[in-house]
Design a protein around this ligand. Structure first.
Ligand code: NI
Ligand code: MN
Length: 226
């Protein structure tokens, strides 16, 4: 499995099939790609905020790729002429060998348009399974106790956790989350894109390594393969 960070919360996760998660590319100075360059079989969007929905509708329409999201957000995506596939918590979608399960996130999910927010349903995270390997993309979230259950039920090999604070967990809370989820690897995300979410994920390393969890701090455009 290969996991490529495109900056912020945007990742390409591939093992045969390719899944693009939260493609915030336009407006993200750190993004190593252009929306037109991204190839994938499925797009997954955790919630309606602009730094996650990002270029999903553009790419989905342009490349004729479906976009999986919680039901209400999928309806919005459909209303914009893309192919939204709706799902909800506890459900698993099997799309061309991609198994993607929706799990809760502790956040909000308004869709900003014309200076006010539409209801985007509830915010989510995903567990993505390709050829038996599993990645948990936590979306934007605060710390919540059911992360223990996500670890227990899905046994993710890798957890992609927001660490920037203010809108999500900071490095301290993300360290607690990682200990609850117990993945082999943690890749920090959603930090230092803008000054209010500046963070140093290296602060997590020592405590995670004591628990046998490896911290992987990627640069935008960098990949991790396992
Ligand atoms: Ni958000
Ligand atoms: Mn966000």
């Amino acid at each position: 499995m290969k996991i490529t960070w495109l900056g912020h919360s945007a990742f390409v996760i591939e093992d045969g099939k390719k899944v693009l998660v939260d493609p915030f590319i336009t407006g993200n100075d750190a993004s190593p790609v252009k929306p037109d360059d991204v190839k994938c079989d499925l797009i997954a969007v955790t919630h309606g905020h602009g730094d996650h929905l990002g270029d999903a509708i553009f790419i989905g329409k342009r490349k004729n790729v479906p976009i999986v999201a919680i039901y209400e957000l999928a309806e919005y995506i459909n209303s914009k002429g893309a192919n939204g596939i709706g799902m909800n918590f506890g459900g698993t979608l099997d799309y061309k060998g991609i198994k993607i399960s929706m799990v809760p996130a502790l956040h909000s999910s308004g869709i900003s348009e014309s200076k006010f927010s539409h209801d985007g349903g509830l915010p989510a995270g995903f567990v993505i399974e390709l050829n038996g390997k599993r990645v948990y993309h936590a979306g934007d979230t605060g710390l919540f106790g059911d992360m223990k259950l996500i670890g227990e039920i899905y046994h993710p090999d890798v957890a992609l956790l927001p660490v920037g604070g203010l809108f999500t967990m900071d490095t301290k809370l993300a360290t607690i989350a990682a200990k609850w989820i117990r993945p082999k690897f943690v890749i920090p995300m959603h930090y230092s894109t803008w000054p209010p979410i500046k963070a140093n994920p290296e602060e997590m390393r020592e405590e995670l390594e004591k628990e046998g969890i490896k911290l992987l701090v990627l640069k935008p455009g960098e990949s991790f393969q396992f």
